[in-house]
Design a protein around this ligand. Sequence first.
Ligand code: C2O
Ligand code: CU
Length: 573
Amino acid sequence: MGWRRPPLLLWCLFLLLSSAASLSRAATRHHEWEISYQFRSPDCARKLAVTINGQTPGPTIRATQGDTVVVRVKNSLLTENVAIHWHGIRQHGSPWSDGTEGVTQCPVLPGDTFTYTFAVDRPGTYMYHAHYGMQRSAGLNGLIVVEAAAGGPDAEPFEYDGEHAVLLNDWWHASTYEQAAGLASVPMVWVGEPQSLLINGRGRFANCSAVAAAGGACNASLPECAPPVFAVVPGKTYRFRVASVTSLSALNFEIEGHQMTVVEADGHYVKPFVVKNLNIYSGETYSVLIKADQDPNRNYWLASNVVSRKPGTPTGTAVLSYYGGRSSPRRPPPTTPPTGPSWNDTMYRFRQSVATVAHQAHIQTPPPRADRTVLLLNTQNRINGAIKWALNNVSFTLPHTPYLVAMKSGLLAAFDQRPPPETYAHQGYDIYGVQKNQNATASDGLYRLQFGSVVDVVLQNANMLAPNSSETHPWHLHGHDFWVLGYGIGRFDPAVHPASYNLKDPILKNTVAVHPYGWTALRFKADNPGVWAFHCHIEAHFFMGMGIVFEEGVERVGKLPKEIMGCGMTKGH
Ligand code: C2O
Ligand code: CU
């Protein structure tokens, strides 16, 4: 059949689209960051914090889909290394910019500068944070907001008049060194629940006056720890971008008196559903819409509460205030802040997880079957008396030479070449009991995936070392989004449960919760050449071994920048 001239209307459409494309030409967004320790008082109590250009949280990176982001990072921490991960950015073609120390790069030494360059190819709400030791919890974190390209296929399937960003965190007064040393000690010295919950880097330490009276550095009237105010115009609809960078806490977020419609999760559009409050796990982002339709003459609380662990931290608060109302924006609402659902109501959170599916107009259908299934039992174990976390009884340790460099340079001795186990003895395993063999082995081996293959991972939660305890683990995959195929409570049975997977409209995410005594099944395509971490986003859990690493298509990765080298077996490279 010969080529026929398309009808005039199509030509016009084509011309229109191509001119729109050239109007929204991709931009390069440059940032210069200096990382340093500063005394800060996010919850009114003074503490050393890791800051970006003096700020914690750091500046929000704003870009448009298709842009390139360049961040030049100078490490001015003096005695500490650094690496920064761009959480939710897949790093297509730039696996060395993922910022995962030990996996994709050597740490950036004090005094050194490192430039991260990556494309933001998808609109949505993302975050960044330190990925070295437990540094994230010292304050090095912030938001990435990527706007949809105008008129493109990823334009939002919802409307709003204005937007606000909410970055949730938990905060300790003990330094991250003290916390890390405590975790590695025998017996373990546990730091306990956070002192405060922060909203956009601000909170209120409950015992400030007692600390101040005893001569400590806490001052409840510092402007630095005044509650953030979110202002709205009566009658308008707002998009709240909500992200959690907590080290430990699963949170429940609520805006008093205002229902929320969930519309985005981890950069993907959600089939809208309405909630009174939102469960959000570390590493997750959501967008919710709220209508400013309440009495404008009073203020309302924004509240964040700990769920899934027995709370030992007061509610984190901020204020919603209406423009033109009779209440001053600084005035606390006349009510007590919402306390959220009961902390141990697992089914309540489970239902919200299950309700999060893809928007009907933005479904990306998953491949119908997997080429390989990895079944991972999540347990707490011991190695030489120290408490660890393990997958199939293997506790992860980071190698001294980053995998990406080791594999490209053929440095076989850089890490354990034996692959970690694909499964565990699931048939007779009692997930509700304390594990009989508590010993784990430590390994820095990785999973090598066939390039382009489809991989299923089933995460099975279980009991911890103490009887009757199982906690929520938010699992995060670098370099990919995965389809969330299913959740369950109880023991996963590979002969039964895959039949109930959602292959119709599963949401794509980069972080997903595994509920207490539950399982979560996910699927991804191993199509991004590089080496990618997959780990629990609880800072202490990853530090104690709760993670694995995938390699795929590393032979397709181009020449590595030499800036990522210089440690372990790559010294002198
Ligand atoms: Cu946001 Cu490897 O983590
Ligand atoms: Cu965990």
